[in-house]
Design a protein around this ligand. Structure first.
Ligand SMILES: NC(=O)c1ccc[n+]([C@@H]2O[C@H](COP(=O)([O-])OP(=O)(O)OC[C@H]3O[C@@H](n4cnc5c(N)ncnc54)[C@H](OP(=O)(O)O)[C@@H]3O)[C@@H](O)[C@H]2O)c1
Length: 315
């Protein structure tokens, strides 16, 4: 495994990470996994050198954190745990958002579920229009002072929102965010408009989510073939299995075949060719997937490769 700095922090995270939103989600979802499956995936994750695990208080209404806590018993120190706060966790007016009240209440619940006394990276899941940013930044800074949280970051923030949060922290000598999570993959490059250049300039770590486009960039969905049984896009294609996307996938497959690589390797290598990317947090439903994802870390794309890929993606 290769390790990268998480933004401008000194924390080293595995270039390939593990996304945990498959763990403990409602049984009706196609990507529901119980404790046994979660533990098997996490054991393999640590075995292959992946240390970065991304979850949220809201995943599986707390079950994802709970299952991770059980799976990491006795191995907590091998993992870098990132979790999130902001989502509605109840019906009350203060059961959501990024207020000091909600953040302080939720961190205790996450720590209990994760069976730990610190969270490595605590992220604001989304921007909260209804709370002054200074209140949120100060609450996060207090959590670092209290030792409950080691680093802070955010997710689904636009470039100006991360900038606003960072400058609020700088102006008051508080700890600033080290990372941001946007949706980002070869099939979704919106982050490149403003967020990626901002992160390059401010040395903020990017943690791309949906890096495999729900599995479309693994090579298992092919033009003219039915989705494999049991795969995420089998019952509900989430708008991903379009003619245009499947055409791009065919071309990317050919590009990889010529170089004796796979599209799965390319999905990770392409994101890791971006200097600001710290860890690519792909989800997994089986331990074997984690093992194959970890192996992709070796392929380094050249400038000529990247230009050719741009040609395919922009055609
Ligand atoms: N901040 C946010 O708002 C936000 C939002 C969404 C997600 N996230 C984070 O991002 C993470 C990643 O997102 P995601 O898991 O939804 O999407 P993803 O990484 O694009 O797709 C993951 C899915 O692809 C399939 N897969 C993974 N590795 C594979 C392999 N080697 N071979 C074949 N199939 C493979 C698995 O699905 P099947 O086996 O079912 O086909 C897996 O669940 C989440 O777990 C979460 O931590 C954050």
């Amino acid at each position: 495994m290769k390790y990268r700095r998480l933004g401008h922090s000194g924390l080293k995270v595995s270039a390939i990470g593990l996304g945990a939103n498959n763990f403990g989600t409602a049984a009706k979802w196609p990507f529901h996994l119980g404790q046994k499956e979660t533990s098997a995936i996490i054991d393999r994750t640590l075995d292959v050198g992946i240390n970065f695990i991304d979850t949220a208080n809201a995943y599986g209404a707390g079950k994802s954190e709970e299952f991770i806590g059980v799976a990491l018993k006795g191995k907590r120190d091998q993992a870098v745990i990132a979790t999130k706060v902001w989502s509605a966790m109840g019906d009350g007016p203060n059961d959501k958002g990024s207020s000091r009240h909600h953040v302080m209440a939720q961190v205790e619940k996450s720590l209990t579920r994760l069976q730990t006394d610190y969270i490595d990276l605590y992220q604001l899941h989304s921007w909260d229009d209804d709370t002054p940013i200074e209140e949120t930044v100060r609450a996060m800074d207090d959590l670092i002072t209290q030792g409950k949280v080691r680093y802070v970051g955010c997710s689904n923030y636009s470039a100006w929102q991360v900038c606003e949060a960072m400058w609020t922290a700088r102006s008051h000598h508080m700890n600033e965010m080290v990372s941001v999570q946007p949706p980002y993959s070869m099939l979704d490059r919106k982050a490149e408009d403003e967020l990626v250049p901002f992160c390059d300039a401010y040395n903020v770590g990017i943690l791309p989510y949906f890096p495999l486009a729900h599995g479309l960039l693994t090579g298992k969905y092919r033009k003219g073939q039915a989705p494999p049984k049991g795969s995420r896009l089998a019952g509900n294609d989430r708008g991903m299995l379009t003619e245009g996307n499947l055409d791009i996938v065919e071309k990317l497959n050919a590009f990889c075949k010529e170089r004796s690589h796979t599209i799965l390797e390319l999905a990770f290598a392409w994101l890791l060719s971006r200097p600001a990317v710290s860890s690519v947090i792909a989800g997994a439903t089986k331990p074997e997937q984690v093992a194959s994802n970890a192996k992709t870390v070796e392929w380094e794309l050249t400038e000529a490769d990247l230009t050719e890929i741009d040609g395919i993606l922009n055609a």
